[in-house]
Design a protein around this ligand. Sequence first.
Ligand SMILES: [Zn+2]
Length: 314
Amino acid sequence: MATTCVYLGPDLARYGFGQGHPFGPDRLDAFWQYAKAQGLDAHITVRAPVSATREALERFHTRGYVERVIRQSASGEGYLDNGDTPAFAGIHEAACFVVGSVLDAIRRLLDGSCARAFVPIAGLHHARRDSAAGFCVYNDCGVAIETLRQVHGVRRIAYVDIDAHHCDGVFYSFEDDPDLLIADLHEDGRYLYPGTGAADETGTGRAAGTKLNIPLPPGAGDEAFQAAWQRVEPLIEHQAPEIILFQCGADSIDGDPITHLRLTPAAHRHAATRLCRLADRHCQGRLLAMGGGGYNRANLARAWSAVLEALTVS
Ligand SMILES: [Zn+2]
């Protein structure tokens, strides 16, 4: 019987910006050591990271941008954006493993060889079609959405994001796309990068009403989260997606060094559990979770483990 697939290995861990950086290469191990201590390894299938092709990247990103990343990845110099996302030697290859693992997970969800999937180092939701942003080089979520459409013929997709930061790279790339439901709970952009995701941003043109932005005030906890979450489920019920993508960023947990929300892992567990139920009802169980942000190692270990546990039991 197909189980939950989890993508693990040094090729995926390598995506990061050096030891001591909030987005350091130690994040994957911090999660997995904790998950194993909880006994979660007994209920999943470990999958090795897979690299993405250039062709796959260019389903979402512009050719010029991919060429720039490849160039700076060779030199290891400069920034890939205005100063948040440094180029290091090999960053192109590392980012390809993030995207490729997500694409492999999608293929396996569609062919039934995975029941659910979790790619811990993924959900790089800030990257734009033509630039990096906020520690995100390639937008694996965006490439996944384009690949679902262009390769697998899947049109109706629900993208749910509970990272503390607004998913601007996904949102503005598909703002006018009526078949992509976006529901994003995040810290109010007046207090946190990237500053976007106001409640009145609900999609443009034919996509009006297919996007839900819920900004939460700094200090908001599980109670505010639960109240906001009530608004997410009816939208998904109404859309009846063919697959659900879930960016479960752990930087919305109390104690993150760069954000101000105060959720507990119970919020992540609740969202994952409810999304599994919706996935079972509408999309043959297909749910892909992507780790997203999270810069307090203990927090990301607990939040992602709560998500993984929900995926394996729900
Ligand atoms: Zn974040």
